[in-house]
Design a protein around this ligand. Structure first.
Ligand SMILES: Nc1ncnc2c1ncn2[C@@H]1O[C@H](COP(=O)(O)OP(=O)(O)OP(=O)(O)O)[C@@H](O)[C@H]1O
Ligand code: SF4
Ligand SMILES: [Mg+2]
Length: 322
């Protein structure tokens, strides 16, 4: 059976004066209704570009190849008009910085009304009623007063909630949340994560949660895909990622995550930096930083392979097996 959103063999390359930047390299993943897939990896690993491509928001110097299928619609080869009908309606994105999505000089109520008008042709009265309900759902107090405010008049936490309300207003099938809480303080972060969890259950949407911190995914994700240098290096159910870790990079991320108690002591943290995507190392892209590296790792790139049902990893070796 087809999954709600399926990405197959997606590659994204940027043309720059310094050569081609391979931001995403042949990745495949999928997500279904009522499910949360977390995409985890360090800065520059290709998390955002994967899903900006799905939203048709790739920069002008970017090229993509592969398949992105949303419920039978081929997002990569769709006419701009048709994509505009899906975007915000069937697939929506929540950004790290609300100002990416909000227009500074428009009252927030008006902005959300525009979305409802564009996708559902709703008049002002009906739209206000729906916005009021949505503001209540995302815990924005005094919804009528807030609708009349400009983005800069709201606190960071409220701006983030307004953007979430805007993303949810048409009850999309897929919600992509790209580092939705990084700019917020810890209490508000927890509230926003609780909110996403509720949405997953209540609306039955598929949620893709992009983050660099494995610690935040424990309470919300069903499955996790770990990205490194544009490739998925491990994917599986959240329990397996945490407790049956297969890839040395994932293990490093787990150890880096402050919110997790340290469970393994032989790889304390990840030394070094991710590689430059226009000059990836030969063999396994993680080899310059890997404490388990052996000769073959510098020669052959390991393919991602199923190690156990629903659990895949791209490493020549089994962790812990010498
Ligand atoms: N327009 C562009 N031209 C050239 N390179 C680009 C462009 N946009 C993104 N990149 C590069 O693509 C790579 C992947 O970027 P991406 O934004 O997907 O990373 P990310 O995993 O989301 O990182 P972060 O956690 O910092 O948001 C990075 O090396 C980035 O510099
Ligand atoms: S293939 Fe080699 S370098 Fe890459 S993660 Fe596995 S052990 Fe480390
Ligand atoms: Mg990003």
């Amino acid at each position: 059976m087809n999954r709600l959103l399926e990405i197959k063999d997606l590659s994204v390359v940027f043309d720059t004066p310094d050569g081609s930047v391979k931001a995403v390299n042949n990745i495949s993943l999928d997500v279904d209704r009522g499910e949360c897939l977390a995409i985890v990896g360090e800065s520059g690993s290709g998390k955002s570009q994967t899903f900006l491509t799905a939203m048709g928001l790739l920069a002008d110097n970017g090229r993509s190849a592969g398949i992105i299928n949303l419920n039978g619609s081929d997002l990569l080869n769709m006419q701009r008009n048709d994509l505009n009908k899906l975007r915000g309606n069937r697939i929506a994105m929540i950004f790290q910085d609300p100002m990416t999505a909000l227009t500074p000089h428009m009252k927030v109520g008006e902005q959300i009304r525009e979305v409802l008008d564009h996708h559902q042709g709703l008049g002002k009265k009906a739209a206000c009623e729906i916005i009021r309900e949505m503001f209540n759902k995302v815990n924005i107090p005094e919804p009528d007063r807030r609708m009349e405010m400009y983005p800069h008049e709201l606190s960071g936490g409220l701006r983030q909630r307004v953007m979430i309300a805007m993303a949810l207003i048409c009850k999309p099938d897929v919600i992509i949340a790209d580092e939705p809480t990084t700019a917020l303080d810890v209490t508000v972060q927890a509230q926003i994560m609780d909110l996403l969890n509720e949405i997953k259950t209540e609306i039955g949407a598929a949620i893709i949660l992009i983050t660099h911190d494995l610690g935040v995914v424990a309470g919300i994700a069903d499955r996790v895909a770990v990205m490194y240098a544009g490739s998925i290096v491990e994917s599986g159910e959240v329990f397996d990622i945490f407790y049956n870790t297969k890839h040395p990079y994932t293990l490093g991320l787990l150890n880096c995550s402050l919110s997790l108690e340290k469970k393994i002591d032989f790889l304390e943290a990840i030394d070094g930096h991710p590689p430059n995507p226009n000059n990836l190392p030969n063999g396994c892209p993680f080899n310059p930083r890997c404490k388990n590296v052996r000769d073959i790792c510098r020669e052959e790139k390991p393919e991602i392979k199923i190690k156990k049902q629903n659990h895949s990893s791209a490493c020549h070796f089994e962790l812990g097996v010498k």
